[in-house]
Design a protein around this ligand. Structure first.
Ligand code: VGL
Ligand code: ZN
Length: 211
């Protein structure tokens, strides 16, 4: 069975949000369009406590965008974002969440960030995503959302490692591009790891042929 995995389509990652991804709002229409092709839809939700160690505000003298360390791991320092219960952490209002089977929170542990929807950045703790997909016999995943060069990338790479046939819906993703070229390099890295790069129109055509 195929599953659609929507990554972090939350207010703080949209234009005007705390960690705005350029044109991040443009993935909403894509998500709402492709959902018709899936019986199984899961969505990840960046869900940080206010004292999370990925926030520059929790590192004395730390600046946004700087590379620091968190519990022994390299950590990019971010603005405060997706704080649990805040409006910024909520899914985009226009995003159609009916028929979602599961919402997977991540980044809840103060001492480690979690870009991937499957594991924290130290690969120490798993979220509930893999167990859930296993329990409903998912063997192929289609990943899209925010941000291409962080949470989308690490989710897709973990999906490949876990043995899923993994597809990236490229027009359903937008990236941060902290360093110009990060998005392009992220797509290349996914492709090289075995992620199949597709588009929403290609996906919808293919699904149409199955019917
Ligand atoms: C993300 C940076 C920090 C993402 C989450 O969703 O890609 N990026 N937290
Ligand atoms: Zn985050």
């Amino acid at each position: 069975m195929d599953a659609l995995i929507l990554i972090d389509i939350q207010n703080d990652f949209l234009p005007g949000g705390a960690l705005a991804v350029p044109d991040g709002d443009q993935v909403i229409d894509v998500a709402n369009r492709v959902r018709a092709a899936f019986e199984m839809i899961a969505a990840t939700q960046d869900w940080h406590p206010a004292n999370h160690g990925s926030f520059a505000s929790n590192h004395p003298g730390g600046e946004v965008g700087e590379l620091a360390e968190l519990d022994g791991l390299p950590q990019v320092l971010w603005p405060d974002h997706c704080i649990q219960q805040s409006l910024g952490a909520e899914f985009a209002a226009e995003l159609d969440s009916s028929r979602w089977s599961r919402v997977v929170p991540k980044g809840c542990d103060v001492n480690v960030d979690s870009y991937s929807g499957f594991f924290d950045n130290g690969q120490r703790a798993a979220t509930e995503l893999h167990d859930f997909l296993q329990s409903i016999d998912v063997d192929a995943v289609f990943v899209m959302g925010l941000a291409t060069d962080y949470c989308v990338k690490f989710t897709a790479l973990d999906a490949v490692k876990l043995g899923y046939r993994t597809h990236l819906i490229l027009d359903g993703c937008r990236g941060v591009d902290l360093q110009p070229g990060d998005i392009e390099r992220a797509v290349e890295e996914m492709r090289n790891a075995g992620v199949a790069i597709t588009s929403s129109s290609e996906l919808m055509e293919r699904k149409e042929n199955y019917r």
